[in-house]
Design a protein. Structure first.
Length: 360
């Protein structure tokens, strides 16, 4: 008999960022399995920002229930598991977790950047750290997308009985040819929410050191947190003609932008996984990225790594990856092979096995 499980699907409805992407694609892959009855917890007063397109076998439960009322309902025995098909296993997919009454609980910890450096998350870091500590303690099993994040979680919450590394997939990336979004002009692409950890200020400083005429830089990312200085600098660079900043882009624009980029730039100071570099590799786009443990693990030699905290080193890596034909060919070939190893079917299979383990 199929095991009834539920995912907190709200990130997939409300965001196009990495956690939303991971939740959407995992739900779609789980829906393809006949050993699970997949329920999606989508109750929220907020309007959906992303169309609902899971596998048809996955059932969405969505009513305009304010998040602040969920704790009150839980006191009467009505948890998120009851509101999502009376699931036996409930999967918390984000950093804000709805209260669960009776189901076993699986928690994905995407990263612990707010523990590694509180300054990356402004005034929210302390509350986020304590909430995550409580949810880690409450979970029956933990999932992380990389061994680097597993090491962070073990240091943060030593001794948790069940901790599994389950990487995400890359085969959601469309590979069919698309029209060039910038009329054939070469450009480098940077994807990521505008927040301190993504290191846009370091990228801008390095870009200004490139020889003139500089390539066009396209930045795609919505405003995040603690980003006032970054926003000011991005807007100034845009007025200068140094870059184009797209505050938002749906998939109809995002995939052509990525497919036709000559270079992906990812100077993020720390990651839990790293969707944009993986998606770029899948499309045969070379990537310059910060040399940190999660991105070394993700790329396994396929990325052009540099210390993105140092402007000259980042500028040198950008120049080489833009112009060195031999380096570009090597990284493109390696990147395609590396990305092909990340499949959502495998991700779903390992989640399904974990759900059965905790249910029993």
């Amino acid at each position: 008999m199929p095991l009834p499980i539920a995912l907190d699907y709200r990130p997939a409805l409300l965001s196009r960022a990495g956690i939303g992407r991971a939740t959407r694609e995992l739900a779609r892959a789980l829906g393809e399995r006949d050993d699970l009855a997949v329920h999606l917890f989508g109750h929220s007063f907020a309007r959906a920002a992303v169309p609902f397109e899971p596998h048809p076998a996955a059932r969405l439960h969505r009513l305009p229930i304010p998040g602040r009322s969920l704790g009150w309902l839980r006191r009467f025995g009505v948890g998120a598991d009851h509101l999502a098909g009376r699931a036996r296993v409930f999967h918390w997919t984000d950093y804000v977790q709805p209260p669960v009454a009776r189901a076993r609980k699986v928690l994905t910890v995407h990263d612990l950047a707010f523990v590694r450096d509180a300054g990356w998350h402004g005034g929210q870091a302390g509350a986020l750290r304590e909430r995550t500590r409580a949810m880690v303690a409450a979970a029956d099993a933990l999932v992380v997308p990389s061994h680097a994040t597993a090491a962070d979680v073990r240091a943060f919450a030593p001794g948790h009985a069940r901790l599994q590394v389950i990487p995400f997939g890359s085969d959601h990336v469309p590979t069919a040819p698309s029209a060039h979004p910038l009329a054939g002009r070469d450009y480098a692409l940077c994807l990521g929410t505008i927040e301190p950890r993504k290191n846009h200020l370091g990228l801008l400083a390095a870009w200004r050191r490139l020889p003139v005429p500089r390539p066009l830089l396209v930045c795609v990312g919505a405003r995040g947190w603690a980003c006032e200085e970054i926003v000011t600098e991005l807007a100034a660079a845009e007025r200068e003609g140094l870059l184009r900043w797209l505050r938002r882009a749906d998939d109809d624009l995002l995939w052509p932008l990525l497919q036709h980029a000559r270079l992906m730039v990812y100077p993020s100071l720390w990651e839990g996984f790293g969707f944009p570099p993986l998606e770029a590799m899948a499309l045969g786009v070379p990537v310059v990225a910060n040399d940190c443990a999660p991105l070394r693990e993700l790329g396994d030699g396929a990325l052009v790594l540099t210390d993105a905290r140092h402007v000259d080193a980042l500028a040198d890596a950008l120049e080489r990856a833009w112009r060195d034909a031999s380096l570009r060919s090597e990284k493109i070939d390696h990147g395609r092979r590396r990305a092909a190893a990340f499949r959502w079917r495998d991700c779903a299979a390992r989640h399904a096995a974990l759900y059965r383990e905790v249910a029993e």
